[in-house]
Design a protein around this ligand. Sequence first.
Ligand code: TYD
Length: 212
Amino acid sequence: MEKGFLVTFEGGEGCGKSTQIRLFSDYLRSKKVDFVLTKEPGETEIGEQLREILLNSKSDISPITELFLMTADRSNHVEKVLKPALESGKVVVSDRYYHSCYVYQGTAGNIPLDKIKKVTEIAIDGVKPDLVILLDVSYDEGFGRKSRDEKLKNLDRFESKGRSYHEKVRQGYLDLAKEDKAFVVIDAADTVERVHQKIVDAFEKAYKKAEK
Ligand code: TYD
């Protein structure tokens, strides 16, 4: 393999992404795969500050400013984390990447996709995921989980946007998945074990293919 392998995890609120990323990391460790675990927004030092502004429910941010702040985080993430890890041949697991921006700022946030693609292109400089794991969850299931976990008290700026916004996020992801072969859509309402197994299967298939 010339370069590493980038797998991103995407999905709406309460889709179980954190649990599944933890299980997937355990799996990679058990297989002695050299991997890096990262996230957006907020992996780098500057990113942490941007994340604080972006998620703070007190921030009054215009939609285009939100797009630029997310993209600024992304650009630093690509240069400081993704590129070095991929160039040294590692597997990189990212909790969200630019497809989040396409659906949160685009489909749900109403910024035309062609505008988002222009700034994204500058930020990612050709670094695209080899595999996108989309954990698909309905609004009721996702927020139902959050309320079971009692996480509904301090909702961040995105979590508090309401049903219609989050339903658009979900549909936006499903539309992207139809057009992009890197996507694997997994029903996140299934059991934790079965979802994990499907993720491992998807990874093994895509990773083998990339090795050829
Ligand atoms: P986080 O706490 O990491 O949420 P989650 O556990 O749902 O991943 O917060 C990230 C939030 O930022 C999440 O609500 C999605 C949003 N987001 C965007 O709106 N655009 C983006 O480009 C990215 C990367 C994230």
